[in-house]
Design a binder for this molecule. Structure first.
Ligand code: F6R
Length: 354
């Protein structure tokens, strides 16, 4: 198996430097926070009673994370639209935020074009592309991302601006302290999970080693649901591996029944359970019982506890651990974590089909 403590491995398998991008997350969160604090929302944007975030993949997950955070305190319904068509419930009090790192994602451009024909307030988060052009032509405010990375590695710039915008709209409380705590937690965590920390002390390297040659299934709950989804998508895109996620308590009403068959599968699976003491007390009991059921079904698993106090720190500490774990798993799979050739190929083929 690949030696994760050998620096030659990193140069050989990660020539484009995904590990630098992942390691920059704490600093990027700070910079994105400072940027959004100085971003001025137009006056007419104060009267909002519903928010829709348009986006796909690495640009949509910021919306999910925000949704998890806001659901703990906000009365404003928020949804993430990952499709070509804008939902029908959009009206003049809806804020539609189109988030696309490249500004070229066709589903996002399609639903955003539909939003242009509605009285909804609009906002764009992007580096450029068609989204920037369309927003500019329609006098729609643009939060420009100035950070070069694959979209999924620019997470700070799709998620943190949303936190700032929601705070400005009064939908969530002031998160300045929570952002500061989160950045500190991530910085502290960094030295224990980055590539300089040896396998015997490194939880991310150890987890990747356990996940190697297994099908990863991630369990989350409540405000950790988006973190579970992020683990799944990072294992897909960085490690180039199959992965799925499930959410408590729903998974206790179906997924657990399926532990029996196919009988050969149990040895191939590895379940990661993302947990926080802030989850519903009954859900925490479900974690314990489900771990017992997994043991009985001879399915390898591990419970991972979130770090920090605030929900923001807890979510992001799990995201950070997942990002590093998926990174090491890509190296163990002897594959470059950076490119996503299949997505690029699909986008090219779709463009030819027009
Ligand atoms: C690639 C990635 C993808 C993209 C998705 C949408 O790193 O994460 O999931 O995010 O294909 O593209 P953008 O973000 O440019 O709208």
């Amino acid at each position: 198996m690949i030696d994760l403590d050998n620096s030659e491995v990193y140069q050989r398998l990660d020539p484009a430097g995904m590990r630098e991008r992942i390691g920059e997350l704490p600093q990027q969160c700070l910079e994105a926070w400072q940027q959004v604090l100085s971003f001025k929302l137009p006056k007419g944007y104060s009267n909002i009673d519903r928010i829709i975030i348009l986006g796909m993949g690495g640009s949509a997950i910021g919306g999910d994370l925000l949704n998890c955070l806001a659901s703990l305190e906000s009365e404003t319904p928020i949804s993430v639209c990952r499709d070509y068509d804008l939902p029908h419930f959009v009206d003049g009090k809806t804020l539609v935020i189109a988030s696309s790192y490249s500004g070229m994602t066709e589903e996002t451009l399609s639903s955003f074009s539909q939003a242009l024909t509605t009285p909804a307030k609009k906002l764009a988060i992007t580096t450029g592309g068609r989204l920037k052009d369309i927003a500019g032509q329609n006098d729609i405010p643009i939060l420009t991302i100035d950070y070069k990375a694959p979209p999924r590695a620019a997470l700070a710039h799709s998620f943190i601006p949303l936190v700032g915008i929601y705070q400005k709209l009064g939908i969530i409380s002031d998160k300045s302290k929570d952002v500061a705590e989160m950045v500190q937690i991530l910085k502290d965590q960094q030295s224990t999970i980055d590539d300089s920390c040896p396998l015997k002390l490194n939880a991310a390297k150890q987890l990747a080693t356990r996940l190697y040659s297994h099908l990863a299934i991630i369990y989350g709950a409540g405000f950790l649901s988006a973190a579970a989804r992020r683990w799944k998508t990072q294992i897909n895109e960085n490690s180039k591996a199959w992965a799925f996620y499930e959410i408590f308590p729903e998974l206790n009403h179906n997924a657990v029944v399926g532990y029996e068959f196919p009988t050969d599968l149990a040895q191939m699976l590895f379940v990661v359970l993302l947990r926080s003491p802030h989850l519903h007390p009954r859900t925490l009991i479900r974690y314990k019982l489900t771990a017992e059921m997994l043991s009985n079904a001879k399915v390898s698993h591990e419970i991972i506890d979130a770090k920090g106090e605030s929900p923001l720190s807890q979510m992001m500490s799990l995201v950070f651990l997942g990002d590093w774990t998926s990174y090491y798993l890509s190296l163990l799979n002897e594959t470059d974590p950076y490119p996503v050739k299949i997505i690029d190929f699909l986008k090219k083929r779709l463009a030819e089909e027009k």
